[in-house]
Design a protein around this ligand. Structure first.
Ligand SMILES: Cc1ncc(COP(=O)(O)O)c(C=O)c1O
Length: 373
């Protein structure tokens, strides 16, 4: 049996008529960039998050640095994040010209550990970028309190948790801006690249809107800017898909529960930690081997069994070759939890369109390996 890691084609086939109708609507409109479909999707996205504004941009990385730029964060400023995230979180800080400051992650959730943030704050610190890693919200209430105490901005990296909820807070509620990626492999993914930022801050909205369009919101009138727009074809695809995101997240949670029930007796790896009171949307279902030297063996066993398991992310950012490439970066304290996460993580196939038979097969093979240890 083969179990793929993604279900892009299954998902397309399931809602083909809705996606095709939106694509046709854009093609027939003659307006493909900054057209009515983008406007419609931005409205739907803001509405979904309960924010006043949504700005569609070229990708999730741009959404982070455009938010930083819109807040005036740049050279000489420090931005705190954690190193066991997709590379783009730190890359965006560097693109903005700021210094990336890495603190450790929580030993359970693997999101940023708020207890490590205060020790990393200096007079240069301007912002915190927590990541809702794997689909689970970072501890935003504590992060917001620290940000208020030191007058810092907070930009949520929500590339992995659209539809997730915190314990008593919503994504985008406790930050200045929230950045999202719509690359195909995300919970809400288009057939290519794009991203967005959502915010309640009028100034961030207006500035990001200009910055993404060559510094212009009026024909022929420009200030310094970039080209980072979400085009209307992608907006149409995303508009069709957004209607299904809650149902898809429910299915992700269902398969996660199925994995957890089947794998809970394992002795050689741990299962994802779910904080109570919120909603983890399982963008990724991550297990961690008890010993680092077991990880590659289990990964190979699964791959050899036809299961497309992967790792997210097996090299922490500060451990990448050549780090920090002449860019400004600082490590604050021990990063032992992040390094352990990188050394032991395995992502099992996770997408809404999985079948019970596929999930059962993954469980059976993973347990077969566990028993062989
Ligand atoms: C946590 C995180 N941040 C940022 C990004 C960057 O998004 P994009 O690839 O759309 O630039 C991604 C995904 O790729 C991500 O997983």
């Amino acid at each position: 049996m083969k179990v793929e890691f993604y279900g892009h084609i299954r998902q397309y086939h399931n809602i083909k008529s809705e996606i095709d109708a939106n694509i046709k609507e854009v093609l027939e409109s003659g307006q493909y960039v900054m057209g009515p479909m983008l406007k419609r999707f931005e409205g739907e996205l803001a509405n979904y998050h309960g924010t006043k504004f949504a700005v569609g941009v070229g990708n999730g990385t741009d959404a982070i640095w455009l938010a930083l730029l819109a807040l005036g964060v740049g050279p000489g400023d420090e931005v705190i994040t954690h190193p066991n995230t997709f590379f783009a979180t730190a890359e965006a800080i560097w693109i903005a010209g700021a210094t990336a400051v890495f603190v450790d992650c929580d030993s359970n959730t693997r999101c940023i550990d708020p207890a490590k943030i205060e020790a990393a704050i200096t007079p240069k610190t301007k912002a915190i970028v927590p990541v809702h890693l794997y689909g689970q919200c970072a501890d935003m209430k504590t992060i917001r309190k620290i940000a208020d105490k030191y007058k810092l901005f907070v930009i949520e990296d929500n590339a992995q948790a659209i539809g997730g909820r915190g314990d008593g807070f919503k994504i985008a509620e406790l930050s200045d801006a929230t950045a999202t990626s719509f690359i195909i492999q995300k919970n809400l993914g288009t057939f290519g690249d794009s991203g967005a930022l959502v915010t309640n801050n009028e100034k961030i909205d207006a500035t990001a809107r200009k910055l993404r369009n060559h510094g212009s919101n009026q024909r022929n009138v420009h200030s310094f800017g970039f080209n980072s727009r979400l085009d209307d074809l992608h907006a149409g695809i995303l508009s069709a898909k957004l209607k299904h995101i809650d149902a898809w997240n429910d299915l992700r949670r269902k398969w996660a529960a199925h994995y957890t029930a089947g794998l809970k007796g394992a002795r050689n790896f741990s299962l994802p930690f779910e904080r109570s009171g919120g909603q983890h949307v399982y963008h990724l279902y991550i297990i961690e081997t008890k010993k680092a030297q077991q990880r590659d063996a289990l990964l190979k066993f699964l791959n050899d069994s036809g299961i497309d398991a992967k790792t997210h992310y097996s090299i922490a950012i500060h451990q990448q070759a050549g780090y920090p490439w002449g860019k400004s970066a600082r490590v604050s304290g021990s990063l032992a939890n992040a390094e352990q996460n990188a050394a032991t993580c395995i992502s099992l196939p996770m997408f809404p369109e999985l079948t019970e038979q596929e999930v059962d097969y993954v469980v059976a093979k993973t347990m077969e390996w566990d028993k062989s240890q």
